[in-house]
Design a protein around this ligand. Structure first.
Ligand code: HEC
Ligand code: HEC
Length: 460
């Protein structure tokens, strides 16, 4: 009884304290960033905004079901041009720190139990942490903010918004309906198109976008999981400590097992609770998709901001393979080397050591994405793609991969349906993580429970 009252009271307090703010409630800089993010005039030819590849109704990722079902790469402003990766969510990204060497804490439940900070030990070997993009190349080393640095890239990318230079983007902004808002935010002389050096203006554009991307409109923390998390905290429960107990071979037999009983009635169904408990234990998911509170004790962000090679197969339908040599010199032979590929391009001594050892141990690694809104889609049949190259087309498929990568045979021409009863080889065979995934031994109902749990991460 006491618990129930506590929960209701807590729910009421949160309803008052954390209302989901609409666009009207955004601060001036957030409103400015919003206007820029959705401005379709900031491409050449006009027509493509950031939202073309990061649409809110799809959890801030690619809004085209047919494309997701195939190559998963969105076309650029010039519609025959394609980049090489699937757009990750642009939400809940703003806490990724400047790319640096930190601790690579990789123990079960590490995200929860190992407050490794930046101190290194045997269980916390050094690893690169932070940055933006699947390969971390928006490091934050230039202007001190990886999210703003990221926003400087798509406008000038010939495969994306295709503007010829910074000046062109700044002139477009100075002609936009929100130019006055820009001056209100950054000062009366901040947007002078006659300025010889447009670099500082371009930076302000990026900082405005980053402010919007960090706003409560983009990061509402309004999923059913968030309600549950706040209720659990209000009841003095540590969500990181949830366990399913001895699960044996399946989930039958009734009873909750482990300590799950204590977490009941806080906003998740029994099935979702079971999924959370497995996510946190047998599935190893929370080792990388952290359940630890975010900054300021906000609910978890479901990422460690670190890089791993899961052994994801290449996506043969990636349209980048067919791009002209000027964009893709390697043609069909192109391999996505992830973080290691980026590190190979930086000279020794800038920011992170570009030593070949560091390059080699990061080949094939991609940044852990948040799982927030991972199932958000405009309608039930809408296909979302998962992984850096969109190889997986459903949560079922990627969980099946985590569970069976190392026990199903490697696909051959003769037999097996790739992704169902065999798996193609990894795109990059180096550095594949075999400790935490590949043979989890999850039963079908357990896999389903984890999927149900991930569906509870969709914002209201
Ligand atoms: C043509 C599609 C396209 C457009 C337009 C586009 N993006 Fe992206 N975005 C992507 C892709 C693809 C990636 C991943 C690229 C990579 O990792 O190499 C990405 C990555 C990101 C990320 C990194 C998220 C993370 O966790 O690392 C953010 C943030 C982002 N985009 C915001 C923006 C903003 C802001 C704009 C407009 C200025 C924009 N995008 C325009 C496709 C697009
Ligand atoms: C070793 C760290 C690690 C573990 C363990 C892990 N993940 Fe991931 N997860 C990642 C990384 C890294 C990616 C991106 C990989 C890529 O694209 O190459 C990813 C991608 C995903 C995606 C796709 C998200 C998107 O937006 O494309 C889902 C869904 C997911 N993981 C769920 C899970 C679940 C469920 C578990 C547990 C069964 C799990 N992960 C365990 C690191 C991990």
């Amino acid at each position: 009884m006491r618990n129930v009252c506590g929960v209701m009271l807590a729910a009421m307090i949160f309803a008052l304290a954390v209302p989901v703010r609409g666009a009207e409630a955004l601060s001036p800089i957030e409103r400015l960033g919003r206007a820029i993010f959705f401005d379709t005039n900031l491409s050449r030819p006009a027509g493509q905004s950031c939202a073309a590849c990061h649409a809110p109704e799809v959890g801030w990722t690619g809004p085209d079901s047919a494309i997701n079902a195939a190559g998963a790469v969105m076309p650029g402003a010039i519609s025959t041009r394609f980049g090489n990766r699937k757009p990750p969510s642009s939400a809940y990204a703003g806490e990724s720190p400047i790319l640096h060497v930190g601790c690579g804490c990789l123990m079960p439940n590490c995200g929860c139990s190992c407050a490794c900070g930046d101190g290194m030990s045997d269980t916390c070997p050094p690893a690169l942490v932070g940055g933006m993009f699947w390969d971390g190349r928006a490091t934050g080393w230039m202007i001190g903010d990886p999210l703003a640095e990221q926003a400087m890239a798509p406008f000038l990318n010939p495969l994306e918004q295709n503007n010829p230079n910074e000046r062109f983007v700044c002139l477009s902004v100075s002609n936009a309906s929100y130019a006055d808002l820009f001056r209100e935010v950054w000062g009366p002389d901040s947007l002078d198109p006659a300025t010889r050096d447009v670099g500082p203006i371009y930076e302000l554009i990026a900082l405005s976008i980053a402010a919007y991307e960090r706003s409560p409109e983009v990061n509402p923390f309004s999923s059913r999981f968030d309600t549950f998390w706040r209720n659990a905290v209000a009841n003095g429960l540590d969500v990181c400590a949830i366990t399913p107990g001895n699960m044996g071979g399946g989930m039958g037999g009734g009873g909750m097992g482990g300590n799950m009983e204590a977490y009941r009635g806080l906003g998740l169904s029994d099935m979702e609770l079971m999924g959370l408990a497995l996510f946190n234990t047998k599935g190893n998911c929370s080792v990388c998709h952290w359940l630890t509170p975010g900054p300021g004790n906000s609910p978890p962000l479901f990422t460690d901001f670190r890089y791993h090679n899961l052994g994801v197969p290449r996506n043969p339908e990636n349209p980048f393979y067919d791009m002209p040599r000027v964009f893709n010199p390697d043609g069909d032979e192109w391999v996505d080397l992830g973080l290691g590929g980026f590190l190979a391009t930086i000279p020794d001594g800038i920011g992170a050591p570009g030593s070949s050892e560091l390059v080699i141990e990061n080949l094939g690694k991609h940044k852990t994405p948040t799982l927030r809104n991972v199932d958000k889609r405009p309608y039930a049949e809408f296909v979302k793609a998962y992984g850096h190259n969109g190889y997986f087309k459903s949560l079922m498929s990627i969980v099946h991969f985590y569970n069976t990568r190392d026990i199903l045979p490697v696909c051959t021409d003769g037999g097996g349906i790739p992704g169902v009863d065999c798996w193609p080889p990894p795109e990059v065979p180096l550095n594949v993580n075999t400790d935490l995934l590949g043979n989890l031994g999850l039963t079908e109902p357990q896999g389903m429970a984890i999927i149900m749990f991930m569906k509870a991460l969709t914002d209201a």
